[in-house]
Design a protein around this ligand. Structure first.
Ligand code: ADP
Ligand code: UDP
Length: 235
């Protein structure tokens, strides 16, 4: 597999072309941003943790019937994935109130929700990823009804599987964000990443944050927390 030109540089990852038009290489950086880009910094070792963790979790999900973009881990920071057309929706699943949900709806952070809930944001940096409903997504042509049904079913399935995997490692899955993509044949697969950057993980005993909130909220200890999540899940 030959690495070719850089196609894209995002806030946390770079994407490179390969000699196969259907495959790209994602390269995970240590760069971290928060507050819509207002805070910028580095979490040392984050790229390695997110790459390895995301790959391990996606392999588990694939084995349980959730198709993903994952193909092969190339090294500590780089992974070969199927190139997809990203559906411009951030799909957020929540088990416990936190973050924007708590702020917007006045539900104290840490309040367990009566059932898992799901919301969509329109993935658009200029508009600051606004919350939308599924009718908006349909009306704007962001996805078809069939795609939204598939994405919703996969997202709740990921929640059930991921909750179990995390709890075995002594971690509560509070909420998380997923992105999905379209393969050339139109099939929907889970893409992007699943990591402490994109999930809220709380220690099952102490409720200590083991995720990017440590960085977002200037709490400190994020490097150790990322390493700890990797240690608990991958040994
Ligand atoms: P951002 O674009 O929000 O700054 P990243 O730094 O994580 O985010 O950049 C990675 C980019 O690659 C994102 O835009 C993401 O949607 C996209 N992406 C993730 N997986 C794939 C894939 N399999 N094929 C094509 N693009 C992908
Ligand atoms: N999230 C993410 N990327 C985003 C927004 C949110 O990965 O651009 C994740 C975040 O890590 C959390 C979940 O989605 O696990 C819900 O985030 P929330 O809506 O509460 O937003 P925040 O409080 O981060 O602004």
């Amino acid at each position: 597999m030959e690495k070719r030109e850089q196609l894209y540089e995002g806030k946390a990852k770079k994407v490179f072309a390969t000699d196969d038009a259907e495959l790209v290489i994602v390269s995970y950086k240590d760069d971290a941003t928060a507050g819509d880009g207002a805070k910028k910094g580095t979490i040392r070792g984050k790229g390695v943790v997110n790459n390895r963790l995301s790959n391990a979790l996606m392999q588990k999900l694939a084995a349980q019937g959730v198709p993903t973009h994952y193909v092969r881990e190339l090294n500590d920071r780089e992974t070969l994935v199927k190139k997809v057309e990203i559906v411009p929706l951030e799909v957020i699943v929540r088990n416990v109130a936190a973050g924007s949900f708590s702020k917007r709806l006045g539900v104290a952070e840490g309040t367990p929700l009566r059932c898992p809930t799901l919301e969509f944001s329109y993935k658009n940096d200029d508009l600051h990823d606004p919350l939308i409903n599924h009718y908006h997504a349909l009306a704007m042509g962001l996805a078809t009804q069939e795609e939204i049904d598939t994405i919703t079913a996969y997202a709740f399935k990921v929640n059930g599987l991921l909750r179990e995997v995390m709890l075995e490692a002594g971690i509560r899955l509070i909420d998380f964000k997923l992105e999905f993509g379209r393969l050339p044949d139109g099939g929907i697969v889970l893409a992007d990443e699943i990591s402490p950057d994109t999930c809220r993980f709380w220690d099952a005993k102490t409720n200590a944050h083991l995720d990017k909130d440590l960085f977002r909220r200037d709490l400190g200890g994020e490097e150790d927390a990322y390493r700890e999540v990797m240690r608990r899940l991958l040994g």
